[in-house]
Design a protein around this ligand. Sequence first.
Ligand SMILES: Cc1ncc(C[n+]2csc(CCOP(=O)(O)OP(=O)(O)O)c2C)c(N)n1
Ligand SMILES: [Mg+2]
Length: 243
Amino acid sequence: MADPDETVRELIGELGIHPKLSENLESVPEFPEFGGHLNLVDVARELLTAVGSQKVSFASLARAWPTKYWPFSDSLSYLGKDGGGGVGSGPGLCVGAALKLKDSDRLVVGVIGDGDCMMGVNAFWTAARYTIPVLIIVANNRSYYNDELHQEGVAIHRGRDPGNRWVGQTIDNPAPNISQIADGLGVKAAGPIDSIKELEAALARGIEVVRGGKPFLVDVHIDPGYGRELTESSAERSFGKTK
Ligand SMILES: Cc1ncc(C[n+]2csc(CCOP(=O)(O)OP(=O)(O)O)c2C)c(N)n1
Ligand SMILES: [Mg+2]
């Protein structure tokens, strides 16, 4: 049977439908250096450094993941999301994908939001029970941040105070200790991570554990606003929902 990756590449070339794919791989920008507040660019840079040459399959990616610095290079680089966008699907997707890829040469990594994580934590027990090697990284902005932006859009539309967009959306004071939750479900974990040094150490440890065949979770506290502004299109979507 023909190599599916090669066939898809040829098809794309013939149809001329996605010229960006090969361009992206040819001109990958350098990662910027750490700017003082942890964000997903730092997580991606440190993860790639720690992983080295092993191929990664991302089973899930949080919003604002900086694909431009680490583009997908083949059909297993990113497995896509759930399609329906259901919060809470992330942990189960990651564990399921890792089960399937267990004996492959891939390192399976899932980068999930804290809200997504909190609504699906029971999957971690499954990973522990069945010894499924997966690295879960929680992009923890202490919020259902996506919906803060929607609430901002609705507030602007209705002439209310957008400063209240956090109401019912932040998951803070107290911020759940997600590494303790994972640990309580049988998955070794590190966090909350607040510094680049801790991040480096936690990723190195996590990758070692996963390469040894077990799951590991890294809870990283990231800057909520990084790469996430209210755009015109998401504001329009918010208005649409309120009509
Ligand atoms: C079951 C369900 N409830 C609510 C939503 C609406 N929703 C979409 S994204 C999101 C926030 C998710 O929070 P988190 O996983 O922490 O991601 P963040 O936007 O903070 O990066 C919500 C509530 C949804 N998609 N599915
Ligand atoms: Mg969040």
